[in-house]
Design a protein around this ligand. Sequence first.
Ligand SMILES: Cc1cc2nc3c(=O)[nH]c(=O)nc-3n(C[C@H](O)[C@H](O)[C@H](O)COP(=O)(O)O)c2cc1C
Length: 334
Amino acid sequence: MTIDPSNQYLCAMERIYQPGIYFAPLQESTDFVYRKAHAYYFGGIDKYFSPYLRLQKDGTLKKSHLRDSAPENCSGYHLVPQIMAGNSNDFLFLAKHLTDLGYQEINWNLGCPYPMVTGKEMGAGLLPYPEKISEILNQSLPQLTSRISVKLRSGLTSAEEIFQVLPVLNQYPLSEVILHPRIAKQLYSGTADRGLFQKVAALISHPLVYNGDIVNLEDFQEADKTFESVDNWMIGRGILKNPFLAMEIKGVQLPGRIEKTELLEQFHGEIVSSNATMLSGHSHLITRMTKFWEYFCFQFPNPHKAFKRVKKSVNMSKYEIAVRENFSQLRNEE
Ligand SMILES: Cc1cc2nc3c(=O)[nH]c(=O)nc-3n(C[C@H](O)[C@H](O)[C@H](O)COP(=O)(O)O)c2cc1C
């Protein structure tokens, strides 16, 4: 599958003034198969971010991570690979590896909230230690030719932490900073703290990207009105639920109901067939596709039922029946 730049929707988008839309990295969802299919069937995304690459205990990279950032798997759209590192050796190893592959921008994860990561002073686990963040940037940046951006939360256990981190980030030549204004302890509960984002916007000297809880056009318009200085927006779960969302935000006329259903069906078909060639055994494939439907079901008349139908599938023939039933319901929707 090659991404055709003459795709009518992409062309239409180029003619319209656009806010920048970034597709957030989401482990187990936005891998290279998903990103490529999304860029081909929908588009509207200025930058796709890969889920983070991290070194294993033995200092090597997992095969799946290598595959996910291999340029031959990531052509046709703009990818910013993300790294997870808690010291400058790991940072440099990962960033140099990606620079050698030709990536000109690399994103550093300072936001992962999960204890398995934060406990090792990585991801959001570095936010209480601004001096360590400074040391890593200080030792790494002079040795790199690629641009470095940072994606962070507002703190590990308190939103006060970000105000100690900002002066450090301001000292270094970062290409941009993406803020998801929740503390790690919250995981995804509560709402993104837009008041805090405003305060950070007033203090930061880098381009600031907003991320968090934009799931529809109205959410975007409200955020766009609130944060006048923001030009670029990162969206994750909202696009997984509605792959057309970036197009909607950019004012592209959406296809009609029948064409929309066809696009969704082709998108799904591409993701199943690409995963089938990559994953060994049907149970892995069903697990993978069940994760996909957790969000994709929101395109269907009764999302809960559509998801349940897929989740109950015990083998591929049951899965195919469930999918056929979901699409037939979508086609028959009034
Ligand atoms: C299942 C899942 C996996 C995620 N994986 C990553 C990741 O690898 N790197 C990262 O920076 N953020 C990751 N995130 C956070 C998202 O990129 C994003 O910051 C968060 O979902 C808030 O944006 P949203 O409300 O638009 O989804 C993940 C989030 C979820 C729910």
